[in-house]
Structures are given as structure tokens and as C-alpha cells.
Design a protein around this ligand. Sequence first.
Ligand code: NDP
Length: 342
Amino acid sequence: MPAAKIYYDNDADLALLKDKTIAFVGFGNQGAAQAQNLRDSGIPNDKIIIANKEDHYAEDAKSKQFHVEHDFGKATKDADVVFLLIPDQVQPRVFNDLVAPTLKSTAAVVVASGYNVFYKLLNVPASNDVVMVAPRMIGSSVRSLYEKQQGFPCFVSVEQDGTGNALPIALALSRAIGATKAGAIASSAREETAMDLFAEQALWPNIIKLFQEAFHVLKEAGCSDEALCYEMWMSKEPAEIFERAAEEGFIWQLKHHSTVSQYGQLKGASKLDGTAIRAHFNDILHNQVLNGKFCKEFTAIEDALEKEGDENPLNALYKEAEESEMGAAEKRVRENLKLTQH
Ligand code: NDP
């Protein structure tokens, strides 16, 4: 696989956005950050419109002097660019029912995650552009790194080139929100979705399970709940390890550990046979993520996620995790130590 292309400010022409009307559907995490960055990059305020129902998000946008429209169709019908920055699970309904019917035939639809595009859940006419500009950061960092003129990591791709001009527009938008300053990595909705859902459905579930099993084995060997909670995560040692991994390298951060620790970790990892885990990972990636099985399962339970109590499958999963040996032990430890718990 060749190295990915990386686009910088010089690859992007902000003049392409001159006179364009830009609508942001959603003013949450990403919407608030990206709209402010775009305006600070020189897009006139009267060319930006925020679509949001009348609530605290709309109030926030108004307090920042944005023009807010509560009727989504009205907000987007004249837009040349529509940023779809609402939660992934509500995007198809909002876009297909409220935005698509009056969308300009040449407008560019911008998503910040590949999910709905990869699984073809958005009904975008063939004449429109669909581009992905997907920051790898939470919204507050998208804003603060822009303010520090540092930029932030971001994936960019063209998913549908209706106008024949989608890439220059995607790059101009990436520059306007501050992404090309640090370098926007050429990617695709498929790649972004594969990596995102793989991490969520393969990597992190295994990490949760590893922690639960480690907790069980050490508890059985006589370690106290208090000692285990602190040793395993409450001391923030794992958080520090990952921070150093990002800053200095996944392997090279080991140099900060004691020699006993370095030898134990590297020797232990080299002795492990990854065959079973690799087979399991391949199974999740190909037979759950890329083939759309998870997407179908999630779509089927989506409405139930709005319900209260045990009827909500997410609440039921939380209950199961909280009642597990490790979950119950941590609850007790946190209560005893008067630590916060959500
Ligand atoms: P948020 O949860 O912050 O979105 C909140 C916004 O969505 C509000 O404006 C809210 O308005 C609106 N919204 C919520 N429900 C509805 C609805 N049913 N109808 C209309 N509007 C609704 O989302 P994020 O900013 O976190 O995510 C936006 C996109 O960015 C997603 O595609 C996500 O994957 C992607 N992304 C997110 C990152 C992050 O840091 N969270 C990082 C990178 C990408 P109201 O409640 O008033 O309706």
C-alpha cells in the first residue's frame, strides 16, 4: 500500500468558497467548532447559516452572532455547502426527510464521519458532491488548535463527484476549518468506517475483557479491590502510557518504565501467539463491519435506544457491565473513597 497523500494549506484554495453559502446542520461538538473556524478563515458571517431547533445549541450559536434557522429545509435550500454535523444515527432521517428534498443540485454535502456514506444511508442525488472532512479530534480541540494556529489531524475524501469539482471544494473547506495546517490525510469513508468501527467492536471490547479477566485473576490471588482499581487504572498510569505513546512512540514510551517492566512487557508480548486474536479481528472486520452486518443490527435497534430503563438495549448492556465482578467492585471502591461516579 503506498503512503497516503497529505494535503497542506498550499494545496487548498480558499477563493473557491467566495460567495458560497454554507449551512451547518448541527451546532454541537463539531458544528460549533467548525463553523467558528470557517468564519475566522474569512467566510463572511452573512454567508453562514446554522440549522438547529430552538434550544441551547441554537442559543449558543446566536450568542456567537451566527444566523440560526430552525426550519432545516429553509436553512439548506440555498446552500452551496451543507455540513452535516449531527450524531451519525440521526443523520439519515434528518438529511433524507428535511434536507434532500430542497437541496440545490450542485451543493456539496460534507460529513465528518464515513458511517452513513459507506453504508449508503444518505439519499444524495448523483448531481451533488459528497465529501468527507473528518477531524480526528473532539470539537473543543478542533477549535483550540485552530486558535493556536496549529491545525489538527483530519481525514479528507471525495465520495461522490457530482460537479467534477469536489476535491478542490473539499480541500478548500478543510483549509477553512483549519485542517490542512497540520496536514489533511487522503482517506475514504470505507477506511474511516473500517478503522473506527474496528476499534469500537474489536480492539476496545478486547481491552475491556482483558481488564475484567486480569481483575478476576488478581482478585482470586488475594489482591484487594482498592489496590486493583488503583493499580490497573485509577492511578492514571494507563492514561499516561497512551499519552506518551502518542508523543514518543508506541514502543519507545517503554523506555520510561523500569528495566524489569521493559523486559517483562517486551518478552511477554513476543511470547504471545496472536493467531487466535488475528482470526477474531479478521472476523469482526470482514463479517461484522465491512459487510454491513453491524449497521443492519444497529439500525434495527435504533428506536429502542430512545427508550427508558431495561427496554433500552444500551441500558441493559450498561447494567450487565456494572454488575460484573470488576464493575461492582469499582462501584463499592468509589463510594468508599467518595470518588465521583456517573
Ligand atoms: P453532537 O452530539 O455534538 O451533535 C449535537 C448537534 O446535533 C446539536 O446541534 C443537536 O441539536 C443536533 N441534533 C441532535 N439530534 C438531532 C436530531 N434528531 N435532529 C436534528 N439535529 C439533531 O455531534 P458531534 O459534533 O459529536 O458529531 C457530529 C459529526 O461529527 C458526527 O458525524 C460524528 O461522527 C463526527 N465527529 C465527531 C467527533 C467528536 O468529537 N464528537 C470527532 C470527529 C467526527 P438539537 O439537540 O438541538 O437537535
